[in-house]
Design a protein around this ligand. Structure first.
Ligand SMILES: [Ca+2]
Ligand SMILES: [Ca+2]
Length: 352
């Protein structure tokens, strides 16, 4: 029997406009976060709020080798002044040690770049002036030297009927020859459109790429979308990887898709790369291939989600729980490395 308080629909109606604390709370105390908190991942973008005078937000993260770490605090609300610190923990003394801080005045972005050895670290966001439970800050923690696959929007606020443009980029991927990406969105909130504003079909390949265009190596594109579920799954790259490799100049960075999304209703809006069952050994729904046709399993991270209208009511769920949860030590299934050599559409049949 359902109690009065456990009706999820009622609770959602009730809280949607009330702006409760961010989903990472309670995270005020560094020792609590150390012993009881979840870790965030390198490559994560975190959207949190400083929602009261005493709110500190502490995030624990691990780095596994000597890393050129970049931590950025952006979207600090107008009229507020938030700062950023990085700490390590000393097992011998039992104390946290300040490694670096960024303390610009006002709502200027705070940035920390620091070379750090393997270990467990803590990023702390706190306010020196003002707070708001309505407007979120964005905290990004990443390895500056790592290649990445990212999706970003051209704006952070969009009304119903507006167009938000999402750009999907590959950056610093060694010996790249192709990719397959599984892009997710909520189809009740966003609708993908081509440049001429015509709708996507199940086989529409996003336009706008500026790599994999050299006709000497027989570029291919293919897509298998599920518009009812909010999935754009597409692949592109070179078919003649032998000639591409022989020429000896790999493309390593570039835009692979520019997608216009019509905002169907004013709500939190996300577009992100995510695991799919047909890409079950992928790193967050990303396959990258090198010029030998082998899957690239290390040396890159998946950055996202692209986010707009963070102050608007959330649809349920705002971000799937699995985002960023997969393991980077993925297993290579031999049959999938043949994707670039032919029969691609069969490999891309999605199990939904
Ligand atoms: Ca908070
Ligand atoms: Ca907090």
């Amino acid at each position: 029997m359902m109690s009065r308080l456990s009706d999820p629909v009622d609770n959602y109606e009730l809280t949607a406009g009330v702006y409760s604390p961010d989903s990472y709370e309670m995270n005020d105390d560094m020792y609590d976060v150390k012993y009881f908190g979840n870790s965030v991942y390198l490559g994560s973008s975190i959207f949190g709020t400083i929602d009261n005078l005493y709110d500190d937000d502490v995030y624990k993260f691990n780095i596994y080798k000597n890393t050129n770490l970049g931590v950025r605090l952006q979207n600090i609300p107008v009229g507020k002044d938030y700062n950023l610190c990085i700490y390590s923990y000393d097992e011998i003394t039992g104390n946290f040690t300040l490694k670096n801080s960024s303390t610009l005045t006002g709502n200027a972005d705070e940035t920390i770049n620091i070379q750090l050895p393997q270990g467990e670290y803590y990023a702390k966001v706190f306010s020196v002036s003002g707070y708001t439970a309505i407007d979120s800050y964005k905290l990004t923690i990443k390895d500056e030297d790592l290649g990445n696959v990212s999706v970003n929007f051209d704006k952070t606020i969009a009304a119903q009927g507006d167009i938000i443009t999402a750009t999907v980029k590959l950056d610093k991927i060694n010996l790249l020859s192709g990719c397959q990406l599984n892009l997710r969105y909520d189809p009740s909130i966003l609708k993908p459109l081509l440049n001429d504003l015509s709708p996507f079909t199940a086989t529409t390949v996003p336009s706008g790429r500026n790599i994999f265009l050299n006709s000497a190596y027989s570029p291919f594109t293919t897509a298998r979308n599920n518009l009812e579920k909010g999935i754009l799954n597409f692949a592109m790259g070179y078919t003649d990887i032998g000639a591409y490799k022989q020429a000896g100049v790999a493309e390593t960075s570039g835009v692979v898709a520019v997608i216009k999304f019509k905002v169907l209703k004013y709500s939190q809006a996300y577009v992100f790369l995510q695991y799919s069952q047909t890409m079950d050994d992928s790193w967050n729904g990303v396959y990258l291939y090198d010029w030998d046709g082998n899957k690239i399993n290390t040396g890159f991270e998946v950055v996202g989600p692209a986010t707009a209208n963070v102050s608007a009511p959330a649809n349920i769920p705002p971000i799937p729980e699995t985002y960023g949860d997969s393991t980077p030590d993925v297993k290579v299934l031999p049959q999938q490395s043949t994707m670039l050599r032919g029969n691609r559409l069969k490999k891309m049949q999605m199990v939904l």
